[in-house]
Design a protein around this ligand. Structure first.
Ligand code: COD
Ligand code: ZN
Length: 363
């Protein structure tokens, strides 16, 4: 099959012919329909985060089950699936206590599948998997626990976005922060994930929704996702702008959706006493955060967030239903559609802030 391989950081991906071994026990072979191009993948290309190389990146995909390995009971060939980048095992302490996004199993995979081996090869060289998915290939062998069945009338090339950006953003609002109706919300970073924080805030009934970005085009796009006020962080003092919009009251909730320590501080400073700041972004390895502890002394809460604190098999089908009933926007998230061969252009445009989400479409 064809897949895009990252051999070394700072290098473009190479689209190459790879061998993909069939699914082992409790694994499935999935023919991908589409994969989103997310900034988390870009962090590895730009060297902000480390991963064993060479690797096939991609963690936001949907497709059709082609074959299942021994012992698979959840899905069968022909089933439509969204892929979860956390394979929730259902048995670890996190899963049984309802925190499937933190499942222990994920942390056993450092470039491999759950059994510690790879299915991807180029000639004799082993190629690493990414989050047990590697959606930048025509096919993927994934753990059974990463499969999420979805209704067959939903377009796979759209619901691929429900593999990452949508649950990460919407989940940060409804699960992590538990935003209350009528609240005032600040979202710093209105990219592919940030737009989903914005639409999550709108779904939750937030009254004032302030989008912050450094690109005017991103801010304009935010209006479609429920932003009520726009702040250009490149031209305005973000904290003062939030003070003005909220008549001095400040925000109940702030979300950092960039991966920047400066923006985490900005988010914290935009919240009122008792306010909640949720850090969605991951900062470059080795980054250190300095905050004024006085903020916390006033009952403020600073929270982290993985995968929108979601339970993939409950939340993803629900998000697909919301899309099918036109309560959740996916079409408007997709700025461009590319072939796999064009993947480096998709990353360049993401890096330059030119797109909300691009998707790679297969077949
Ligand atoms: N102030 C305001 N906005 C800014 C600034 C700034 N100083 N710098 C950049 N921005 C804007 C950009 O213009 C852009 O619109 C937005 O921030 C970032 O959006 P994208 O589209 O480039 O990135 P996303 O939305 O695909 O990813 C953002 C994450 C924060 C999720 C990502 O970078 C990350 O940290 N991922 C790891 C954490 C995670 O949850 N990973 C799991 C799957 S994503
Ligand atoms: Zn992502």
């Amino acid at each position: 099959m064809k897949a895009a391989v990252l051999h070394e950081k700072f290098q473009p991906l190479k689209v190459e012919e790879l061998t993909l071994d069939g699914p082992g026990p409790k694994e499935a072979l999935v023919k991908l329909a589409a994969s989103g191009v997310c900034h988390s993948d870009l962090h590895y290309i730009k060297g902000d985060r480390e991963h064993p190389m060479p690797v096939v990146l991609g963690h936001e995909g949907a497709g059709i089950v082609e074959e299942v390995g021994p012992g698979v009971t959840y899905a069968k060939p022909g089933d439509h699936v969204v892929l979860s980048f956390v394979p929730s095992c259902g048995q670890c302490d996190y899963c049984i206590k309802g925190r499937q996004n933190l499942c222990q199993a994920r942390y056993g995979m450092q470039g491999t599948l759950l059994d510690g081996t790879t299915r991807l090869r180029k000639n004799q060289q082993e190629i690493n998997h990414f989050n047990g998915l590697s959606t930048f290939g025509e096919y993927a062998v994934v753990p059974e626990d990463s499969l999420v069945l979805v209704r067959e009338d939903a377009p796979l090339e759209k619901v691929a976005l429900i593999g990452c950006g949508v649950p990460t953003g919407v989940g940060a609002v409804i699960h992590t922060a538990k935003v209350q109706p009528g609240s005032k919300v600040v979202v710093i970073g209105a990219g592919g994930v940030g737009l989903n924080v914005l639409q999550g805030a709108a779904l939750a009934g937030a009254e004032t929704i302030i989008a912050v970005d450094i690109h005017g085009s991103k801010l304009e796009h935010s209006l479609q996702f429920g932003a009520t006020h726009l702040v250009n962080g490149a031209a305005e003092d973000v904290v003062e702008a939030v003070r003005e919009v909220t008549n001095g009251e400040m925000a109940d909730y702030a979300f950092e959706v960039i991966g920047s320590t400066m923006a985490i501080n900005q988010a914290l400073a935009t919240t009122k006493r008792g306010g909640v700041t949720v850090v969605v972004g991951v900062t470059p390895t080795g980054a250190e955060l300095t905050i004024d502890p006085d903020f916390l002394h006033q009952d403020r809460v600073l929270m982290g967030c993985t995968y929108g604190s979601c339970y993939p098999r409950a939340d993803m089908p629900m998000l697909v239903d919301l899309y099918m009933s036109r309560k959740l926007k996916l079409d408007e998230l997709i700025s461009r559609t590319f072939k796999l061969e064009e993947i480096n252009t998709a990353f360049d445009l993401l890096d330059q802030g030119e797109v909300a989400r691009s998707i790679i479409r297969y077949g």
